[in-house]
Design a protein around this ligand. Structure first.
Ligand code: ACO
Length: 370
């Protein structure tokens, strides 16, 4: 006799999607109004083993309006065990982690998506924008959408920006779902700032669609400055691996550079993928800084081919860059040994945290061994 398994994998069951307004779909030629994706982690919500007991073919359908992130929740299953004490209360548990104003009526949610699309604008101060060719979805192949550009708005916001607190309450779930050991932040603390990316679409009216965000914390730094600590950073899956993480990091770094009150940018407990992104972008920035490179290696730089920086994986496995894509002649402050006072001067000027700058210096030395 076969036994029925009443246990569902919470990461598979929880299905996320971003819903766009109808006009976006028609004008831009998209086949779909939303894309589905799944969380990387659900243990903060459904427990360590990420299992939900008591259902068959369980689907936790959590949709977000792609701009305002207004939510819709529907829990569906083929069968539910009739044992109220042991069966997990799927909605009751998730409810603790999302704002209470989510819709459970699909029609009401779809009307809200339409209304929000017409009225929602990124909250905060625009500090940067960039364009990308449209990704290779139906939209880039559609005859109606050849001119579609991927324009991204990057804003900086605080709790003081009207509507931001509510908007943040809707986006913070992504921290639990995608950052290991991520947790909700204290809303009563005024030292937080936020950096949010939204995609702008021109479909008759302008509409804006959430891509990802970072929460930044201002620490006091003796004697009269602040140190900005990048605390949480997420690009949602449909937009990953298109350079948006790099753009967001770069814009945050430039923001820190541009503000005299900030002494440096630090990162809280970076995940490996983030460390990689940071290293790649910091190295690219240093390699593009002619004066720094000139002083570092003293000689004439032969330009590196291509725009993509590959950092050496480790000391042992590093391929000397001079051998394949660039050569530096002569000897500069980078030594070895590195001129420490000179390095500290640059580190302070570039507002890079001490340990990170040291890592970058080591990577540059490895890359430029002749
Ligand atoms: N087409 C294809 N690949 C591209 C493109 C493109 N147009 N542009 C960049 N890439 C590649 C990059 O070269 C890089 O490749 P590599 O990993 O092989 O070196 C990769 O895509 C990632 O670079 P980006 O696209 O700039 O970064 P992304 O937008 O994917 O964001 C991030 C990276 C933030 C780690 C994202 O995957 C994410 O949010 N993950 C889940 C949450 C997370 O781990 N956050 C960090 C926690 S640490 C902290 O919060 C402090």
């Amino acid at each position: 006799m076969s036994t029925v398994d009443w246990t569902a994998d919470a990461n598979d069951a929880l299905t996320l999607s971003l819903v766009r307004a109808k006009e976006d779909k028609q004008v831009l030629g998209d086949e779909e109004t939303y894309e589905e994706f799944h969380p990387a982690f659900t243990y903060p919500i459904y427990g360590e083993d990420e299992k939900i007991y008591g259902y068959q073919d369980l689907v936790i359908d959590l949709r977000f309006a792609s701009g305002s992130l207004a939510q819709y929740l529907s829990v569906r299953y083929a069968e539910k065990l009739d044992a109220s004490t042991t069966v997990d209360n799927v909605e009751g548990i998730l409810k603790e982690f999302i704002p209470p104003d989510y819709d459970t009526d699909e029609e009401a949610f779809l009307s809200r998506v339409e209304e929000d699309a017409a009225s929602f604008r990124p909250i905060g101060k625009l500090i940067h924008s960039y364009t990308r060719p449209a990704p290779s979805t139906s939209e880039s192949t559609s005859a109606t959408s050849e001119a579609v550009e991927f324009e991204v708005y990057h804003v900086i916001a605080t709790w003081k920006d009207p509507g931001f607190r509510e908007y943040h309450r809707r986006m913070q779930l992504f921290i639990l779902l995608y950052i290991e050991a991520g947790s909700y932040i204290n809303e009563d603390d005024d030292a937080w700032e936020f950096s949010v990316l939204s995609r702008k679409r021109q479909s008759g009216t302008e509409t804006y669609h959430f891509i990802g965000y970072s929460s930044l914390y201002n620490f006091y730094c003796f004697p009269e400055k602040l140190r900005m600590r990048l605390s949480q950073f997420v690009i949602i899956p449909p937009y990953q691996r298109h350079g948006h993480g790099s753009e967001l990091y770069h814009a945050i770094y430039n923001y820190v550079l541009s503000r005299p009150s900030l002494s440096e940018l630090t990162v809280e407990d970076p995940a490996e993928a983030f460390e990689d992104l940071r290293d790649r972008n910091d190295l690219k920035m240093l390699l593009a800084n002619e004066q720094f490179m000139q002083e570092s290696f003293g000689g004439e730089m032969v330009s590196h081919s291509g725009g993509k920086v590959r950092k050496p994986k480790s000391r042992a496995r590093a391929t000397p860059m001079g051998a394949s894509s660039g050569t530096v002649k002569g000897k500069g402050k980078m030594g070895p040994p590195v001129d420490k006072a000179w390095a500290e001067k640059w580190r302070t000027e570039l507002k890079i945290a001490g340990r990170q700058f040291q890592r970058l210096v080591e990577m540059l030395i490895l890359m430029h061994l002749d």
